[in-house]
Design a protein around this ligand. Sequence first.
Ligand code: ATP
Ligand code: MG
Length: 384
Amino acid sequence: MRKVIIIRYGELFLKGKNRNYFETIFANNIKTALEGIEYTLVKRGGRIYLRDFDDMDAEEMVERLKKVFGLHSMSVAFETANDMSSIFEAAKLVCKEEGTFKVEAHRGDKRYPKTSVEVAKELGGMLLSVYRKLKVDVHTPSFTVGVDIREDGTALIFGESTEGAGGMPVGTAGKGLLLISGGIDSPVAGHMIAKRGMRVECLHFHSYPYTNMQAKEKVVDLATVLSGYSGVTQLYTVSVTHIQEEIHAKCRPDFMITLLRRFMYRIAERHALRIGAQCLITGESLGQVASQTIEGMTSSNSVVEKLPVLRPLVGFDKNEIIDRAVKMGTYDISILPYEDCCTVFLPDFPAIRPKLKDILAEEKKLDVEGLIEEAFTTLEKITF
Ligand code: ATP
Ligand code: MG
């Protein structure tokens, strides 16, 4: 008897002809997640099976697999010979000793002498005879014992399944560039888009030396957590220090954020095009702060010429975003008190509904192209 992990994937079925392509990328993402652990991977019948691993590794493998998008659910199963007494021995290990349960049997091998209903009944009876506090409840059991009789003369026996992250395998939906700050929202936005199968790379703007190195470390930590899901390979950083100094020196103070955002979006789009990213992703949520009114979004959006800007959090309340940040493991990092570049030179009263004609008038006072080129000379790349 040995352990096997059964991996079930959902939405891949929808993809018809492309299924092979999706499955291959999915399997590769599983391999990346399990790097350093020895096992073999078998694709069969719309499932992926991991076997030949050290039983001690099973828990760690399940933990890592929870982050792989495209994975619907998984079970650690025992693989045995397909006779009833071997199946019973394994079932005793996965079955709880009390509570309500049912046995769910599936027979892949149609030559097997018993039907799946017969297997379920017989095994259920055997389990009841050893665990006296168990009760059968076929409609609303508190747990299920699964039996899968396979064509190769083996059977898989499993208890509870573990929910996976769902979504689509990362790498099946192109590549996007996430504007990542040190805040709560943007890592969540990256996570949501990665869940739809997009590879997500990160770009962060800092105002060093007005912001310290810890602020940058924080973003590195956030991107590291995100990369556990999204397979992020690069975090790019660009300094907007001089841009902020110029805005501060020459423009209306209440336009600082608005003007800075437009620089960020311009730089981001150019960088995205250079690295082959097909969209920008931000953590904006409508109405959350001054720069995120529809007027604020119109202002920053209007400098992006070629790429769509994805704002997956646009309709979310802060609480919903926080819940997701906690679940994905970035919340505790995000709330560490380090300064973001936007808080440097922050005006007391930012313009809440800036008019485009006023913005353009302020922007005329700056050498936009020159400042962007200069900012690119500060580009750094951190590879994970
Ligand atoms: P977050 O929690 O992601 O910081 P926020 O609610 O604080 O978001 P803003 O600070 O207005 O909102 O930023 C809106 C979005 O602009 C962010 O979600 C992020 O995508 C982008 N952004 C803001 N500051 C930076 C930065 N320093 N570097 C890169 N992107 C940024
Ligand atoms: Mg922020």
